[in-house]
Design a protein around this ligand. Structure first.
Ligand code: NDP
Ligand code: CA
Length: 330
């Protein structure tokens, strides 16, 4: 996974240039729940041993650490204690919020519920507060969750918020509608938490860019948001045109999303599509680099998960620069 995109190699090991107190590297990844991956997903082309936790856990940790992210947003975490221990030894602290009725719990050999997690680098960032939410659909709690955290860059005192989620899976018009409602609730939750603070909003939205939720997020009147992977090659002026014609911006943004963030083969066939995103507030943050995904040949004909790729989703890694803004209030 060493492809180039905007001069950052697939493994973002080198620290980014410039004033590191304004730079934020985010890693977003659905790591594939151990219980679901092994006993529920039906990855028919993946060797059983590749799904073994003893094999996967090192690959997951390696992929995270080699990128040296400042903030890590994960979904389908059902080994939080393990990650907390390992990442804890590497200067990260984390928050976990499980799904209220995780499908993992219905499988005999489970390791507890799966959920979302946010980790942050302790030496660079200070956690100022966080909130969690069970997302509501038509005012009824669903089985999907979100975490929002307020982080302060220790060197500058400046703050930003990070929010991550994992929306309802599966295809169909009704489910797309349900995801859209979850998205609307998510936006209300994150607005209440973050206010005017610079925001990174990422996760496994289980929705391709053409689904209503994508336009709901980018066209939301509570925030002006862009999608990092769609915007990375644009000039700043083009991104800021957003406010002039939102519908046009959304349709252009859809076209610029990467071709896939997940690629797997189940009994029903091959699934290769874009459903994971990193959204951000372009008024406050500049997207500098996005880590590209491996090409088809590199992934191999059996797709993922595999001996090489421990999850059916690829990690998204983004370098942001916090743009000049008002000084910290304290
Ligand atoms: P979701 O529909 O959101 O999906 C759960 C998991 O299944 C996700 O991690 C998803 O991965 C994965 N998934 C997606 N597509 C497939 C597929 N085609 N085959 C296998 N796995 C897939 O789950 P919910 O949170 O809504 O939970 C389902 C509900 O079902 C729970 O509320 C629980 O009560 C119930 N349940 C009941 C069981 C029982 O025995 N009574 C057993 C299991 C669940 P990704 O997001 O990566 O696509
Ligand atoms: Ca999954």
């Amino acid at each position: 996974r060493c492809l180039q995109l905007n001069s950052v190699s697939r493994v973002c090991s080198a620290p980014i240039e410039g004033d590191s107190s304004q730079n934020i590297r985010l890693l977003q990844w659905n790591i594939l729940s151990q219980t679901l991956g092994q006993h529920n997903d039906g990855f028919v082309r993946c060797p059983e041993e590749a799904l073994d936790w003893q094999h996967r856990k090192y690959l997951i940790v390696q992929e995270i650490l080699q990128n040296q992210p400042d903030v890590i947003c994960l979904q389908e975490v059902d080994h939080f204690k393990f990650l907390q221990t390992v990442l804890g030894s590497q200067n990260y602290a984390g928050i976990f919020f499980p799904k209220p009725d995780s499908p993992c719990l219905y499988i005999e050999q489970n390791n507890g519920p799966d959920g979302c997690a946010i980790f942050y680098k302790r030496d660079k960032l200070q956690l100022m507060g966080y909130d969690t939410r069970v997302l509501e659909v038509w005012r009824v709690q669903s089985n999907q969750v979100a975490i929002a955290a307020r982080l302060q860059l220790k060197a500058s005192g400046r703050e930003f918020c990070v929010c991550t989620t994992h929306l309802k899976a599966r295809h169909g018009a009704l489910l797309a509608k349900l995801r859209n409602e979850q998205g609307r609730d998510l936006m209300r939750f994150v607005k209440q938490f973050a206010g005017e603070t610079p925001l990174l909003l990422c996760g496994d939205f289980n929705a391709e860019p053409i689904e209503p939720i994508y336009a709901t997020i980018l066209g939301c009147d509570l925030f002006k948001l862009g999608s990092a992977y769609a915007d990375v090659k644009l000039e700043r002026e083009q991104i800021l045109q957003h406010s002039e014609d939102v519908n046009e911006f959304v349709s252009q943004s859809i076209k610029r999303e990467p071709p896939y963030t997940t690629w797997k083969i189940r009994e029903e066939g091959e699934e290769c599509h874009t459903i994971d995103y990193v959204f951000y507030t372009p008024d406050h943050l500049k997207i500098k680099n996005c880590l590209e995904f491996p090409a088809g040949e590199e992934i191999g004909k059996n797709r993922t998960p595999s001996y090489r790729y421990p999850s059916d989703h690829f990690s998204l890694v983004c370098d942001f620069e916090l743009l000049d803004g008002p000084p910290p209030t304290s």
